[in-house]
Structures are given as C-alpha cells and as structure tokens.
Design a protein around this ligand. Structure first.
Ligand code: ZN
Length: 281
C-alpha cells in the first residue's frame, strides 16, 4: 500500500505536470469507488486552473480555482497515469480521466488518469474549505516532515499507551503517513523492538525514533518510493527504495548490521512485521 514517500512521489510528479493547466473535460468511467464519486465532478471543474497538487498523510489533493479540490487515495493498487499528446483508449481500470490544456497554447494536450484495478482507492471532489473538517482529515496526526512534528509531541502520545510501538506508529492519529514498510524500517534503524510497549520507551529512544523516521522518509522520497507491488511514478517509472530496505520484505535474509542474525517476520495485529531480534531490543 502506498505510504507517505510513494504518495509524495506521485503528488510532486503530478504537480510538476499539471500546475497552471486548465481543465478541458472530466470523464468518469466508474462512480462506485471506495467513496462514491460526486456527479458534479464532470461539470464544475471545466475551465478551472490547477493551482497546486499537494499531499496530506497518504492522500493527494489537487487544488483548483473557485475553491474546488480533488482528494484522492491510491488504496492498494491505485496509480496516477499521465498521457501527453496522444490519448490511448481508456483501459478497464481507468476510472477517471481529466483532460487539460495550456492557456496560451491550444495545441498542448495532457490527460491524467486515476487507475485502480482493486478499487480500494478513491478520487472525489470537495469544496476546498471543507477538507480540513472532513472525517478523512480532521483527526490526522502531525506530518513527520513538518515543523509541528516534535519529539515532545511524539513522546507524550507514545508513552501514554500500553500498545506496542509498531501499532502506535501505524496509527494515523498519532503520526500521519506511515505504513508497514516505513514503520518496520524506522524501528530497525532506531534499534527498537516492534513488540515494545509504548509506555516503556525512554525519551532517548523516542528521540532516536523521531530522527530515524525522518531519515527513512526523506531517503525514500529521494529514491521515488518503494516499488515492491504496484507503486509507479506518474511517468510510469518505478521507485528504487526497495534496494535500500533493511528489514521489510527480507525474511530469513541476513541482517545488514553484520550481527549474524536473520530477519524475522511475524504477524502483529494482523500484519507482517519484519525485524532483527539481535539489533532491536
Ligand atoms: Zn541485526
């Protein structure tokens, strides 16, 4: 499932491609996505300029003129695909297509598609001012790469709980944007066992975790995200962070710390956790 670095890769690529372009036409192939697509999407966006494409947690947000925004989530298998000049026929899983043009260049054509074979994602239109009060957004925790994400804040939230640190970091109300891959990686880099209960972590451990979360996310963004399953950039290229994973997806392989242990995988709260039993206490 796409996490912060994958969504950031997609939104920054889309922003680069469509910022300042103007909507010519919106075509919807399927309305019954995880959230039903509002009918007005095909009418209200015409002739509106794209102001910017941003990311919040694991959501992409496309801001348009006139206070309209599209919020999308890539679910498990969702992708944004960009076509330039030549628009090939839509495929079965291309649920929404938006054509755009340049104000001073009528010949310039670009189209982007929301493609999602498994349909766990969504793509819907909202009034921009309503987004922060939307149920999707209102309880989200801080962005780990933003200024308002602090060690104190993380320490207070984590040490209040008897849950294991793995599930606490996956909780989007505590910190937003992390999923299974980057939680496993950050815990390895910080030397913390995924089984550790939140209340038992020291300030020093939380401090280490805080910096390792940022480090792993920044490196993953730089590499264009992790392409183990479906993630691709809007250009169709894959990301490369899978080449830098320390524990995730490395069951029975040797720990890179040269500690002679193998990476263990076990089920934790219903999901696979990867860790080194020697390096993570
Ligand atoms: Zn190890």
């Amino acid at each position: 499932m796409p996490e912060l670095p994958e969504v950031e890769t997609v939104t920054s690529g889309l922003n680069f491609a469509i910022k300042n372009l103007i909507v010519k036409k919106v075509h919807v192939n399927r309305y019954d996505l995880r959230i039903k697509v509002s009918n007005e999407i095909t009418s209200v966006l015409n002739n509106l300029k794209v102001i910017a494409v941003k990311r919040r947690a694991k959501y992409g947000i496309i801001h348009f003129q006139n206070e309209y925004s599209i919020v999308f989530h890539l679910g498990m298998s969702g992708r944004i695909v960009i076509d330039r000049e030549i628009f090939t026929p839509l495929q079965k899983h291309d649920h929404i297509a938006i054509e755009l043009f340049k104000k001073n260049n009528k010949n310039y054509k670009l189209r982007f598609l929301f493609r999602d074979p498994r349909r766990f994602g969504f793509f819907n239109i909202y009034k921009t001012h309503s987004i922060n009060y939307n149920n999707l957004f209102k309880a989200l925790g801080p962005e780990p790469l933003a200024d308002n994400f602090s060690i104190d804040n993380l320490f207070n939230k984590i040490t209040k709980s008897h849950s294991n640190i793995k599930s606490l970091l996956l909780n989007q109300n505590i910190i937003s944007g992390l999923g299974n891959i980057y939680v496993c990686e950050a815990l390895f880099l910080a030397g913390i066992s995924p089984r550790t209960e939140g209340y038992s972590l020291s300030l020093r451990q939380i401090e280490s975790l805080y910096y390792k979360i940022k480090e792993v996310l920044l490196k993953a963004i730089k590499e264009g995200g992790t392409s183990i399953q479906d993630h691709k950039k809007v250009s169709g290229e894959i990301g490369y962070f899978q080449n830098y994973l320390s524990v995730y997806n490395r069951e029975n392989e040797r720990c890179y710390n040269n500690c002679k242990e193998q990476i263990i995988r076990f089920k934790q709260n219903g999901r696979s956790t990867y860790y080194c039993p020697n390096c993570q206490k």
